[in-house]
Design a protein around this ligand. Structure first.
Ligand code: AMP
Length: 560
């Protein structure tokens, strides 16, 4: 790799921890440690009164003392206007807070590997349009070129395939072969239980293709919910013994949350532990064992089990068709997770790769593949000299390599050429229509959930009344027939319809959904070809000026 090459990276922007990785010139995937020497960086932001910003471990450690100045778990609020609590009396958007985490990851990575040329950032498969765009915006605010947004389970499966291949003695420079780690096609269930979100996904790897068959999960279910159960348990006991509710003080609550998370993590490797805290001169020493903890949280685990079983039904698969169960996300380390999956599937789940780094690794592999696919074909000329055609310089001659050298050895580039990935949409997309039989508005699905992307679907509807002059399509994201169970993500309006159209005049609606989750809608009144089209913008999103303003503000912030 030459000194000026800009390195592409993969970033797992997690609810509780984030990680950044890259593929080196020889095809090895490496996690880049932060300035503190950690492979994962807590997704925590501390904003001091003098506007100094600290991101990572230091911010997380400050949370119990200064909960009003430290933001955590803001990924859960992505797509909302503001982070749920003001910091030092000021409101911050989840995008801006995420941008600060990205800025730290990028700064520390640059320090280690030199300038960055762009990043693939991962999101839970279950994220809808608004949350995906918010993640993309966070990248822009952090002045990072976001090459693509991919789903976390897809990234994990990609990293898993790559690792299996290398373990079987494959050459790590060969990504293409990595995608066919097993000679037979294989189907993997990725169970990803992180800090704040739960995703489960079924992915099939066949030849050079990596296809997502179905995806499910819950946006608001993760390790933090397990912590909350312990917090409630401890605080109730404190009230019972001392008549004081620790939850009334944000400082006490933050301290107990940190202690309970530690106790939970201890219970993954030990059968019992003790939670001890002292507040207001009163102490509580509360022993807890793994069985009690599992009882306190059993309904949460059942929710993950129901999601997995529904997913298999959606994919029309039974357990005997699943070859590998891949455990991803820090919370998969709770032994009860593997036990439950082992019990319902009859198979042993696979946790060979660090569950907290695997997603960033997959994102880095995808970034490398994208980089190589977009690289000009001439750049693969193997001997280091570049040949220009006769039209350009009058005669064929060899010249020195161009000033920006490439990132990867030619054999790595060659090996990735044919790798293909297809993903599916995690939510249905539809429009609000009136159903005459029920005489009520319903969500008429145009693109059902779990459709391979990119896709284009057409559906024809009729105007509701005679002489209708305008059609207003309300575009929904969600799978329920009742529009109240869906999110409205945009509108498409055809104006100035010709006079005198009969009731039921056909209107053709086309939805196009591309691989990075962008949605394009076109509606045409068929008799006179009057039409309208929109690229969907999310309703809560930023205008370009706001994005630029935030980008300037974030770029001026000096991270400590
Ligand atoms: P992730 O977002 O994937 O990094 O997952 C973070 C979540 O995993 C947090 O809720 C952590 O408390 C949880 N976690 C990390 N390590 C463990 C462990 N050994 N046992 C149980 N939970 C863990």
């Amino acid at each position: 790799m030459g000194v000026d090459a800009e390195q592409v990276v993969g970033i797992d922007l997690g609810t509780t921890f984030s990680a950044i990785a890259y593929v080196d010139a020889q095809g090895q995937v490496r996690t880049i440690s932060n300035r503190e020497g950690e492979l994962t960086t807590p997704s925590a932001v501390l904003i001091e009164p003098d506007r100094t910003v600290r991101v990572g471990r230091e911010a997380l450690l400050a949370k119990p003392e200064r909960p009003d100045r430290v933001a955590t778990h803001f990924k859960r609020d992505m797509g909302e206007k503001f982070y749920r609590e003001p910091l030092g009396g000021k409101e911050f958007s989840p995008e801006a807070l995420s941008a600060l985490v990205l800025k730290k990851l990028a700064r520390d990575a640059k320090h280690k590997i030199g300038p960055l040329g762009g990043a693939v950032v991962t999101v839970p498969a279950y994220f809808g349009d608004a949350r995906r765009k918010a993640t993309q915006d966070a990248g822009r605010i952090a002045s990072l070129e976001v090459l693509d947004i991919i789903n976390e389970p897809t990234a994990a499966a990609l990293a898993n395939a790559f690792r299996q291949y290398v373990r079987l003695g494959g050459d790590s420079a060969s990504f293409e072969l990595a995608a066919i780690a097993t000679t037979a096609p294989s189907t993997t269930l990725v169970f990803d239980l992180g800090g704040g979100t739960f995703d489960c996904t079924i992915i099939r790897i066949e030849g050079e293709r990596l296809d997502v068959l179905a995806t499910g999960g819950e946006v608001r279910l993760g390790g933090v919910d397990w912590d909350v159960r312990l917090v409630e348990h401890y605080c109730e006991e404190f009230v019972r013994r001392h008549g004081v509710d620790l939850r009334d003080s944000p400082e006490s609550l933050a301290q107990i949350q940190a202690l309970c998370e530690m106790a939970k993590i201890t219970l993954s490797t030990r059968s019992q532990t003790v939670i001890v805290s002292e507040r207001y001169g009163k102490q509580l020493h509360l022993p807890i064992n793994r069985r009690q903890f599992e009882e306190l949280t059993s309904d949460l685990l059942t929710r993950t089990q129901i999601s997995v079983e529904t997913l298999l039904e959606d994919a029309l698969l039974s357990w005997d068709r699943i070859d590998d169960i891949l455990l991803v996300g820090g919370s998969s380390r709770m032994p009860v997770v593997a036990e439950m999956l082992g019990r319902i599937s009859g198979k042993k789940p696979n946790m060979d790769q660090a569950p907290d780094e695997i997603v960033a690794h997959g994102a880095a592999i995808h970034a490398a593949i994208l980089h190589m696919h977009t690289r000009p074909a001439t750049a693969t000329a193997g001997d280091g000299s570049w040949t220009l055609s006769t039209e350009e310089i009058g005669e064929t001659q060899s010249v020195e390599p161009p000033p920006a050298p490439d990132l990867f050895a030619p054999e790595v580039v060659e090996a990735t050429r044919n790798v293909k990935m297809t993903d599916v949409n995690s939510h249905g997309l539809g429009v609000v229509v009136r159903d005459p039989r029920e005489n009520r508005v319903v969500n008429s699905l145009v693109i059902p959930k779990n459709t391979p992307l990119p896709t284009e679907r057409v559906k024809v509807f009729g105007t509701e009344a005679a002489n209708q002059r305008m059609v207003r399509l309300r575009i929904l994201e969600g799978d329920t027939r009742d529009p109240r169970g869906c999110a409205q993500i945009g509108e498409c309006i055809i104006r100035h319809l010709p006079k005198g159209l009969p009731k039921g005049a056909p209107v053709e609606v086309t939805f196009r959904y591309d691989t990075s989750g962008r949605i394009h809608v076109r509606a045409v009144e068929l008799q006179h070809a009057t039409s309208a089209e929109v690229d969907l913008k999310r309703d809560t999103g930023f205008e370009q000026v706001d994005l630029d303003r935030l980008k300037d503000a974030v770029s001026e912030i000096e991270l400590e």
